[in-house]
Design a protein around this ligand. Structure first.
Ligand code: TYM
Length: 361
């Protein structure tokens, strides 16, 4: 059996980057469980959910927050995650996440955390900024939760002792940190025990590891970008998809199409998207070669149609789930929470034993 675990922040309906980078993979892993041929069938134990505690690092109106969680959960169901084959839950429903985070904080070094890039990104200082260089204002902005975000993420992962964590490239640093914490914990507390408390989870990186913004293709596609044209949501209607792709920023380089993420980021991102939505095994260079004589307009039309095909049916399912009130969401959550709680409780028993905290009978 392979245990596979991943979360998504509930900051609204997922976009094409989330989909190609992670969610589509989650669904494929689920389908492997019931594949028609034995050869393809895998015994995957799947645990997925919403990192709603993490999303507290983003200031939001409480109604918006509640609505976002609902929408994100409905999106997971709409894209075909099935609560009977994948446990789907909310991080905040399982108190062990916060508990394990505190315990792991005792082996998490602030030096390592200060070198990580996400908090720098969020408070708008350069990737190479050091703690000492922060001015008063930046320090005020850098809340403890943003700084210790990776420790909570490590707790999420380690609680379920997964073998694999399917994520996009922006999460590599966090999984690497998680492995480091697991090692530190094992050597600090579990050296004399029969088995280490934590195993070292591995990243399962999707080939579509980094989809870029349609408007600023040198930045990744992101839910927090104020420009709605920068991303395609998995519930966008076909005409919205066509429109956003038509408006996607490219360039005015003359001559044949070329794939060059440095010099032609916009065009290259479209080719990249095309490769992944068509699940092509060819390289981006080969695909570009074949499309050499295609105009930019025709490339955009082609990409848009392939995205439309890929996301076909998701919007309808999403609308139906949202229209039906909370029934389907609620019953999926009950199932998933039960699975998550059992697993988390079990791990915490081992953790409490390892560190010498009271373990109730
Ligand atoms: P989040 O919510 O930002 O993203 C969810 C997933 O989508 C992937 N992703 C992308 N992949 C390709 N191109 C993009 N432009 C793109 N944008 C996002 C992300 O890599 C991720 O897999 N910190 C996490 C949530 C989290 C988590 C965890 C993940 C909390 N605890 C434990 C795994 C395990 C995050 O903010 O993901």
């Amino acid at each position: 059996q392979r245990v596979i675990f991943s979360l998504i922040q509930p900051t609204g309906i997922p976009h094409l980057g989330n989909y190609l980078g992670a969610l589509r993979r989650w669904k494929e892993l689920q389908d492997e469980k019931t594949a028609p041929t034995k050869k393809r069938r895998r015994n995957n134990r799947l645990i997925f959910g919403l990192a709603d505690l993490h999303s507290l690092t983003l200031k939001q109106d409480r109604e918006v927050r509640r609505q976002n969680s609902r929408q994100t959960f409905a999106s997971l169901l709409a894209l075909g995650l099935d609560p009977n084959r994948s446990a789907l839950f909310l991080q905040s429903q399982i108190q062990e996440h916060a508990e394990l985070m505190w315990i792991l904080s005792n082996v998490a070094s602030t030096g390592y955390l200060s070198r990580m890039t996400q908090w720098k990104d969020k408070i708008g200082v350069g990737k190479d900024a050091s703690m000492e260089q922060l001015d008063e204002k930046a320090r005020e902005k850098l809340k403890l939760s943003l700084f210790s975000y990776p420790v909570l993420q490590a707790a999420d992962i380690l609680l379920y002792r997964p073998n694999f964590v399917p994520v996009g490239e922006d999460q590599l640093q966090h999984v690497e940190f998680t492995r480091q914490l697991a090692r530190s914990f094992n050597s600090a507390y579990a050296r004399d025990l029969k088995a280490p408390t934590f195993n070292l989870p591995e990243v399962m990186l999707s080939p579509a590891k980094r989809i870029m913004s349609l408007q600023q293709p040198e930045k990744k596609m992101s839910k927090s970008d104020p420009d709605v044209n920068s991303r395609i949501l998995i519930t966008d209607a076909p005409d919205e998809i066509r429109n956003k792709i038509r408006k996607a920023k490219t360039d005015s380089v003359e001559g044949p199409l070329t794939y060059d993420p440095e010099k032609r980021p916009g065009v290259s991102n479209l080719i990249e998207i095309l490769k992944h939505v068509t699940r092509s095994s060819k390289s981006c260079e080969e695909i570009t070669q074949e499309l050499q004589d295609t105009t930019l307009g025709a490339l955009k039309a082609l990409v848009a149609e392939e995205i439309v095909k890929n996301l076909d049916g998701i919007k309808e399912k999403y609308d139906a789930i949202m229209a039906a009130g909370d029934k389907e969401i609620h019953s999926a959550m009950v199932l998933g929470t039960r699975v998550a709680r059992a697993k988390a409780g079990n791990t915490m028993k081992h953790v409490r034993e390892a560190v010498g905290l009271y373990v109730p009978e």
